[in-house]
Every structure is written in C-alpha cells, then in structure tokens.
Design a protein around this ligand. Structure first.
Ligand SMILES: [Zn+2]
Length: 187
C-alpha cells in the first residue's frame, strides 16, 4: 500500500492515479506505525502500579516472620496480591530460598560423606542410637575401649584444659594415656 501525497488516502501499490483525488504523487506507507512511547505512571489501583520502597521494605519485614511470613510469601508468589511487581518479587524470593536450601542440603550431604569417610578410615562408626562405635582393633578403638559417651566428653574437656595449661600446645599421647588411666580408675 502507498499513500497519496495530496489527500493522504491509502491506495494499492500498482495504481498510477489516486482513486480518491486523481493525484499522481505517492509516498511509501510506513511499515511499522510509529508508536508513541508512553512514560506514564500506572493508576494507583492498577495491577501495574509501582511498588514503593516502603512497600518493599514492609513485604521484606513480613517475610522475616517465621511461618506467617512464609505463608504470605507463598500467597504473594501465587498471585494473591494486586500488584504484579510484588508477585514477581515474591516469586524471585521463593526461588532464592529454594536455591539456598538446595545448596545447604548439598553442602551438608558432602560434609556428611567426608566426615563418615574420615571416621571409617579411623575405625569409627555412628551406632543406631546415635553414639559412636569403634572398631576394637583400630588404634582409637583400643584407646577408647569401655568409655561411654559422657566419659568421652569428659575426656575431651580434660584435653582442652590440659592444652590450656600447656600454653596452647597439643597434648601428647603419653599424657592422653595418663588421663585415660585416671578416668578408668575413677569409674
Ligand atoms: Zn489523492
């Protein structure tokens, strides 16, 4: 289509004379209608309304409330608020929380695997009751044979105290043996 320069009527490309005024000069019709960019703030109760700084702050503070905050966040993320921007903000927050949970879960899993491996190498297992079990023939197993969890804790505390008395130096195995002997004798 082209436009008659004289009367601005739109005519077919192949016509020589304007069908409206008979004019012979035409101009190309713009392919894309020029669009005026509207830079206006949306209406206050429009769903496109701007979320103000204070609204963001309020929403973030509400999100910090245990349980209630999480429920609110889910409600917003599912579209249970008027403003689209607030919904999108809630969605982004949910995604961030899920990523955070997955990452910490993965770190926990790796840590568990590493700790379990180190423990296994040293003949230590975690029993069904959650306590520690030692292979009897392992070095640590022989050393700690017959000690209960509480006594082990006591031993650890003693080691810490002794380390402090030693001016921060690690205690040697001889001192450890002595401590364990005294613990055994006190039973
Ligand atoms: Zn014309």
């Amino acid at each position: 289509m082209k436009i008659c320069k004289q009367c601005h009527v739109e005519v077919e490309d192949d016509v020589k004379f304007c069908t409206s005024c008979g004019g012979t000069e035409f101009e190309r019709k713009p392919l894309i209608p020029s669009k005026k960019i509207v830079d206006e703030q949306p209406e206050k109760n429009s769903k496109y309304a701007i979320v103000s700084t204070w609204e963001f702050l309020g929403a973030m503070l509400l999100m910090c409330i245990p349980v209630l905050g999480w429920i609110l966040l889910l409600v917003w993320a599912l579209g249970g608020c008027r403003k689209i921007n607030k919904r999108n903000f809630a969605r982004a927050s949910v995604i961030l929380i899920v990523i955070g949970l997955l990452v910490s879960f993965a770190i926990g899993l790796v840590a568990k695997v590493v700790v379990t491996k180190v423990m296994e190498e040293n003949g230590i297992r975690i029993s069904e009751t959650g306590g520690f079990e030692f292979d009897e023939d392992s070095e640590i197993g022989q050393m700690l044979e017959g000690f209960t969890g509480n006594e082990l804790q006591e031993l650890m505390d003693m080691m810490e105290d002794l380390k402090e008395l030693n001016g921060g130096e690690e205690i040697n195995s001889e001192q450890l043996q002595q401590m364990m002997e005294s613990l055994r004798n006190s039973q």
